[in-house]
Write a protein that binds this ligand. Structure first.
Ligand code: UFG
Length: 343
């Protein structure tokens, strides 16, 4: 049994490859390297000590995907499950380039499902996001909270979940899990792989590590007047290694289930951390001080978001184990050792 990992060279993809290998799964990778580097796969090879079979293919190329499924089957290593990461992921860019987001994220999923259907591949783990919920009616977010995304990126994730739900209903053999990530940060403890965003980071954690390096002068904290513990935004940060393990557990769950289904599952710790708390923890763990300025609220931000992660525990046996301190230490270890990322 082989797993196809699309977008395997990305932040969550690379960490998932390491966990798949540790659990003795074989995999092949598809990535178009539009927002990632082949060097990330070389780095994974350093950790696993095995060569990675990868294809420089865009997921919108259905024929190429089908060829991969066919070749794997012919070689006696049939693909039974797909983990689908390949997608565009910037909220702000999705507003200015909405059509590109629908084309990549929805077009890509449709082509992938087309190739899977033709090749009788019936299991998929989908990379979704807590952004599908939009503004919270109540916290923690439960999976049955209304889905009301607030930007094109979020719409693509919600639509993709709907497509997978319908795909699961069209054939009893089809099984799909959509993992709704909260805020993954940190890095593999080796410091060999980690997050490597292009340009100035949008997300808080890579922004903090670049301030710590001195590449950026200070952190802008987007609002200190929210009704939270200290006025700054609260999120459910989780360690990317914990998150990666959830993908391996999801694969196992899909492969052992006999009935077809679609399930959306939150992945978070169940605990909220404010921006100030995150910065303080980083300073304490890493011994670097982070200058900051209070800026206006960022458009579209919610005040607070955290998960109820009970379903992940019940369904796939997953709970987050690593702490905010672990996330800060490991994320800084990666950034410090690789100040220019993979370059
Ligand atoms: N923040 C700052 N300064 C920054 C960046 C962020 O103060 O420079 C604050 C934000 O206002 C927010 C918190 O830090 O309160 C977290 O912001 P991120 O941009 O790191 O993360 P978001 O929660 O906004 O979004 C992330 C992903 C989305 C995903 C969402 C799911 O970027 O793709 O989590 O909840 F959809």
């Amino acid at each position: 049994m082989t797993i196809l990992v699309t977008g395997g060279a990305g932040f969550i993809g690379t960490h998932t490859l390491v966990e798949l290998d540790a659990a003795d799964h074989s995999f092949v990778v598809v990535d178009n390297f539009s927002n990632s580097s082949q060097k990330a796969l070389t780095a994974v090879e350093k950790i696993t000590n095995k060569p990675i079979c990868f294809f420089d293919v865009d997921v919108r190329n259905e024929e190429a995907l089908q060829q991969i499924f066919e070749n794997q089957a012919a070689a006696g290593r049939p693909i039974t499950t797909v983990i689908h990461f390949a997608a565009l992921k910037s909220v702000s860019e999705s507003v200015s380039h909405a059509v590109r987001y629908y084309d990549n994220n929805i077009g890509g999923l449709l082509k992938l499902l087309g190739a899977m259907t033709k090749s009788n591949v019936n299991n998929i783990v989908f990379s979704s996001s807590a952004t599908v919920y939009g503004d919270p009616e109540a916290l923690p977010f439960e999976e049955n909270h209304p889905v009301r995304p607030k930007n094109p990126y979020g719409h693509t994730k919600a639509m993709a979940e709907q497509i997978l739900d319908d795909w699961a209903k069209q054939d009893k053999k089809n099984k799909a899990i959509a993992l709704r990530y909260f805020n993954p940060i940190g890095a593999h403890p080796s410091g060999i792989i980690g997050e490597d965003p292009n340009g100035v980071p949008n997300n808080i954690f890579p922004y903090i590590t670049r301030v710590a390096l001195g590449h950026l002068p200070w952190l802008n904290i987007f609002g200190n007047d929210y009704s939270t513990v200290d006025g700054t935004g609260v999120r459910d940060y989780l360690h990317v290694v914990d998150l990666a393990k959830a993908h391996e557990l999801s694969v196992r769950y899909l492969e052992k289930s006999s009935e077809g289904f679609f399930k959306a599952v939150n992945l978070g710790t169940g605990t909220g951390t404010s921006v100030f708390q995150l910065v303080q923890s980083f300073e304490l763990q890493c011994g670097v001080s982070i200058p900051y300025q209070i800026a206006t609220r960022r458009n579209g931000d919610v005040s607070s978001a955290w998960a109820n992660p009970q379903l992940a525990k019940n369904l796939i046996g997953w709970t987050a184990k690593l702490s905010i301190a672990d996330m800060c230490r490991d994320g800084w270890n990666w950034q410090y050792k690789n100040p220019r990322g993979y370059n």
